[in-house]
Design a protein around this ligand. Structure first.
Ligand SMILES: [Zn+2]
Length: 258
């Protein structure tokens, strides 16, 4: 993982994708430049519009237009070129020069890149999306659309609220266990769930690790997890800490390599 400063914000990038920079632009943004919201990510104010434009400029593509879906914590997978991005929490990148951005403020951002078929996906996985298997849906869409082999896909799990801070209700923990076909005790033994004596009703959940587990079960071998916690890192927006803006995860395919 590396973070560098671009014109707009600190940029968090994955070591796994850096060797492919000439094929696919990617990054996760934090403060100070909110890329959405705070309350209406789909109807941003002028400052947010400006930040989005600055980000395009930072990557020398100021003439392009972001594709930003309406995220609803569901499991619908869209693709670039679609006319409608309502209720869409993952987007397949099927064409070059179409930048895609999803917005986050604690939920888990996922990126998948298939270097063999030059296809990608950006995914929004909060606990609801994770429990609905959004990563699996996106991976299967990549297999269907690109003919991807999970074993050669590069997966990145970006900055999100981490196990240090993500307290949930026992009901959410139970829902998550059921979605993985596991018992609550299994979640504990796998290191996905922790109970603190001080909070007997509210265990902590490791959403990043659960998404990694879901991808691993589907034969994805190369997975990088960025260590940053949105709730701990003051350089990132956190819904639970502030509700004052949105981080982004963005990708854009360059021309297909020869
Ligand atoms: Zn934390």
């Amino acid at each position: 993982m590396s973070s560098t400063k671009c014109d707009v914000t600190l940029l968090y990038q994955a070591e796994l994708l850096l060797p492919y920079q000439d094929r696919v632009i990617h990054g996760f943004t934090g403060k100070p430049a909110s890329l959405g919201g705070p309350d209406t990510p789909q109807n941003p104010g002028a400052a947010v519009q400006e930040n989005r434009q600055k980000l395009l400029k930072a990557f020398d593509v100021p003439h392009l237009t972001w594709c930003i879906p309406e995220q609803v914590h569901g499991h619908r997978v869209g693709r670039t070129g679609d006319k409608d991005f309502a209720q869409t929490d993952a987007i397949l990148l099927t064409q070059p020069h179409q930048p895609v951005m999803l917005l986050f403020a604690d939920c888990v951002p996922l990126m998948l890149y298939d270097p063999d078929h030059h296809g990608a996906a950006v995914i929004h996985a909060g606990w609801r999306g994770t429990a609905q298997g959004i990563a699996k849906e996106a991976l299967q869409a990549m297999q269907n659309v690109f003919g991807s082999n999970p074993e050669t896909i590069l997966a990145v799990i970006g900055p999100a609220i981490d196990v240090c801070c993500f307290q949930v209700s026992a009901e959410v923990a139970q829902t998550m266990a059921a979605s993985l076909d596991l018992a609550l005790e299994d979640l504990e033994s796998l290191g996905f769930l922790f109970w603190d004596k001080a909070y007997p009703e509210n265990p902590r959940l490791n959403l990043k690790a659960i998404n990694q587990f879901q991808l691993s079960r589907l034969s994805v071998k190369q997975i990088e997890i960025l260590p940053d916690c949105t709730h701990c890192d003051p350089n990132l927006f956190s819904y639970r800490r502030g509700k004052d803006g949105r981080n982004s995860a963005f990708m854009m395919l360059q021309e297909r390599p020869i």
